[in-house]
Design a protein around this ligand. Sequence first.
Ligand code: ADP
Length: 277
Amino acid sequence: MNETDSVDKVKLFDEKGLRLDGRRVDELRPFKLEVGSLSRADGSAYIEHGRNKILAAVYGPRELHPRHRAIADRALLRVTYRMGTFSVGERKRPAPSRREHEISMVIRQALEPMLFLEMYPRAAIDVFIQVLEADGGSRCASTTVASVALANAGIPMRGLVTGVAVGKAGGKLLVDLSDLEDKVGEADVPIAMAFGRGKYTLLQMDGKLSKDELAKSLEMIEGAIEKIYEKQQHVLREGFIQIREEIGESEEPSSEDEGDGPDTEIPGADTESTESD
Ligand code: ADP
């Protein structure tokens, strides 16, 4: 759909310039995050982001099957993103689609740079992501929740990865596109960032944005990423406090670990940001 069609046929803004759900152009949809949602997984987390409802389960590091896929000097990270047949308006065909394969791959690529896979030669780390309800931006919300599930599994990480999409619809740059804005808009740019390290680990573009618009989008998205990132840290910290209480430990975490090594006290949480909270 071109720009004129999207503006003429679908009303995306009210008379005050607010989006259909009442948001400003740079505002996130409401989101909720929890850890340890599944008892059998080594780590798990659940996110509601807008109407996206997504569960992530992590198993491993564990023995890799089939063995011939083992990598001699590091672990193999496997990410499986699947949408339930009931997750979208029209029943989704149950067989994994090309889209699901592609999204599994980009989420893996978004997470991989933050993991110390070399600590687990020949092992597998499996991340299963199940979309219960999809509402636009599901790959970004999946990256956010998978990162928390990995930290919840105690997998050493350089930092958390946080995803959110930016794009253009009705001629305006918008943060965190809804399903409708994604479908009728001119551009959708899913982004994931290792916020604590200031590094992008995912940047895709569907549609067109000028160079200036892309630069502006990256500026607009920082506040939204920071907000989700703080929530990721918060729920992980709460989870660890609860475990410490359950095992009767009362010590405060030390903040000595500032190098490139794994975050030992709170896996996944960047030490520099942990201190400011
Ligand atoms: P993302 O969810 O990361 O934005 P897409 O841009 O491919 O990925 O999809 C946008 C939205 O389109 C999804 O979040 C979902 O709401 C919807 N969608 C995706 N696949 C299907 C499908 N097979 N049937 C109906 N809706 C779908």
